[in-house]
Design a protein around this ligand. Structure first.
Ligand code: ADP
Length: 310
């Protein structure tokens, strides 16, 4: 499968590198307003392929995206230190009008994966501009927050994060909701396992894991300007689920008809992802506090989306 990436800054190029290392795509095509940048990343990543996979890495204009099965959009302006994701909104919506239109002219059958921030709003903007059904426009959403949450829980419980089943819901941003009440290691509630191994999940452990999950991006941005390896790998994970028609459960963003009383809002819940995009959603059982948090996150996102002039 050919995978296009529009916007080959830090996130787009990290996604291309992760796709190549995993060998998920037969061809990855990089497109950027800055064609010299796209070419440079394509060459650099292509030179890693003999050590990794048979993926061919190309660059070019939008016409090179013809027949792509998936196009990742990572175009836009980067989040700056101290800037909230929502501050990026108006700048990135203008970029999307052009980018989505150009992609749809060349490959109207592609599934779109959105990585640009604020990702939930940009997913809804891309759904609107593309005219695609909502299940074919997938935002990276909280896929990375969920991975961070699982890693921290796994480290505390001394269990592989892959065997920890826990999700971050709602906004990829400050209002996100860590769904503690349904978190499991294997099939065992995390509190029970914590008590069993002498590592109880106390209020202070919860607060620490919550803060490290929620604030990870700020810590990384403070240290090196932006985040990209983690999200690049997360984007490759979504593409793999589509390519292999996995029906994998991933916490990704998509325009959702109804969440906690809020209509037509893009946010993350666990969703089943395969060849046709998203087939269904699996909203976990939540306690009252988590439900209220998800309601707040959904209302905030819906309000923000309404503030965008399309
Ligand atoms: P991030 O850290 O989110 O990847 P960057 O600023 O590194 O942010 O990358 C964003 C990329 O998006 C830049 O390379 C920029 O040239 C590209 N870009 C911006 N506008 C467009 C556009 N209209 N079409 C294609 N690429 C674009």
């Amino acid at each position: 499968m050919k995978v296009g990436i529009v916007g080959t800054g830090m996130v787009g190029s990290a996604a291309a590198y992760a796709l190549g290392l995993r060998g998920v795509a037969s061809e990855v095509v990089l497109v950027d307003l800055d064609s010299a940048l796209a070419e440079a990343h394509a060459l650099d990543i292509a030179h890693a392929m003999p050590f990794a996979s048979g993926t061919s890495i190309a660059h070019g204009g939008y016409d090179r995206l013809r027949d792509a099965g998936v196009v990742i959009i990572a175009a836009g302006v980067a989040q700056r230190s101290g800037e909230t994701r929502t501050d990026l909104l108006s700048r990135n919506a203008a970029v999307f009008r052009v980018v989505v239109g150009d992609i749809m002219r060349v490959c109207p059958d592609a599934i779109l994966i959105i990585a640009s921030n604020p990702v939930d709003i940009m997913t809804q903007v891309a759904s609107a501009y593309s005219g695609l059904p909502n299940h074919r426009v997938i935002g990276s959403g909280t896929i990375l927050d969920t991975a961070r949450f699982r890693s921290l829980l796994g480290a505390h419980l001394r269990v592989s994060p892959r065997s920890v089943h826990a999700y971050v819901l709602g906004e990829h941003g400050d209002s996100q909701v860590l769904a503690w009440s349904g978190a499991r290691a294997g099939t065992v509630p995390i509190d029970r396992l914590g008590a069993q191994i002498g590592a109880p999940i106390t209020e202070s452990i919860r607060a620490e894991i919550d803060s490290k999950t929620r604030n990870a991006a700020y810590t990384i941005i403070k240290g090196k300007g932006s985040t990209y390896y983690g999200i690049g790998a997360g984007l490759a994970r979504i593409v793999a689920a589509i390519r292999q028609n996995e029906q994998a459960v991933l916490s990704v963003s998509s325009v959702t008809a109804l969440v906690e009383g809020v209509r037509n809002v893009a946010l993350s819940v666990p969703r089943v992802v395969g060849r046709e995009g998203i087939s269904t959603e699996l909203l976990p059982d939540l306690d009252a506090k988590e439900r209220a948090g998800l309601q707040r996150s959904a209302s905030l996102l819906r309000g923000l989306f309404e503030s965008v002039s399309l």
